[in-house]
Design a protein around this ligand. Structure first.
Ligand code: CO8
Length: 142
């Protein structure tokens, strides 16, 4: 078992990427390594994820980019918490859109990590985000 698979226990009931058996409400997103410092995932927007009629809820979009950045760290064996996130909603994502989710590690220094992520529809960035992750001092993450 590699360190990424090993980390799965820490978020087995995750609302974004958890197993359906462990969390029936999970979006069941899967993320894959794309080079050393990047992950990609895919998700088709279902009507259950609406905010305004026919648009993806911004909070769900935020959860998707947050999860991509978290997986980017988990792939490197790093368990850290989102400390700060800035998000830009460039254009509305619609129900039925197929989203490509990309997360990328930009800088790491002394237990602090700067990451970026984006949601793409038809190769255009509809949501972009940057975030700071921090490894907690104590082992709060299971
Ligand atoms: C994929 C499956 C899982 C998906 C999960 C997705 C990720 C998540 O949702 S995580 C959940 C949401 N995030 C949280 O709950 C985090 C809550 N916050 C915390 O636990 C803490 O504030 C934590 C761990 C971020 C920092 O606490 P702690 O380690 O005690 O750090 P602290 O001593 O306060 O500060 C350390 C340094 O970080 C800096 N720092 C602390 N918080 C922040 C912040 N929010 N922004 C910027 N810098 C910060 C401090 O200024 C300090 O810097 P310096 O060393 O230069 O003085």
């Amino acid at each position: 078992m590699n360190r990424y698979q090993d980390s799965k226990q820490s978020h087995s009931q995750c609302v974004v990427c958890g197993d359906a058996k462990q969390n029936p409400l999970s979006l069941q997103c899967k993320f894959f390594a794309d080079g050393d410092n990047q992950v990609v995932g895919y998700h088709k927007v279902s009507p259950q994820l609406q905010g305004y009629n026919s648009f993806l809820h911004g909070g769900v979009a935020s959860a998707l980019v947050d999860a991509a950045m978290t997986h980017c760290l988990l792939m490197q064996g790093i368990k850290a918490l989102t400390a700060e996130m800035t998000i830009r909603f460039v254009a509305p994502i619609k129900v039925g859109d197929a989203i490509k989710i990309v997360g990328r590690l930009v800088i790491q220094r002394l237990g602090m990590y700067q990451l970026e992520a984006a949601l793409y529809v038809d190769n255009k960035a509809f949501v972009t985000a940057s975030a700071k992750f921090i490894q907690p001092k104590s082992g709060v993450i299971g």
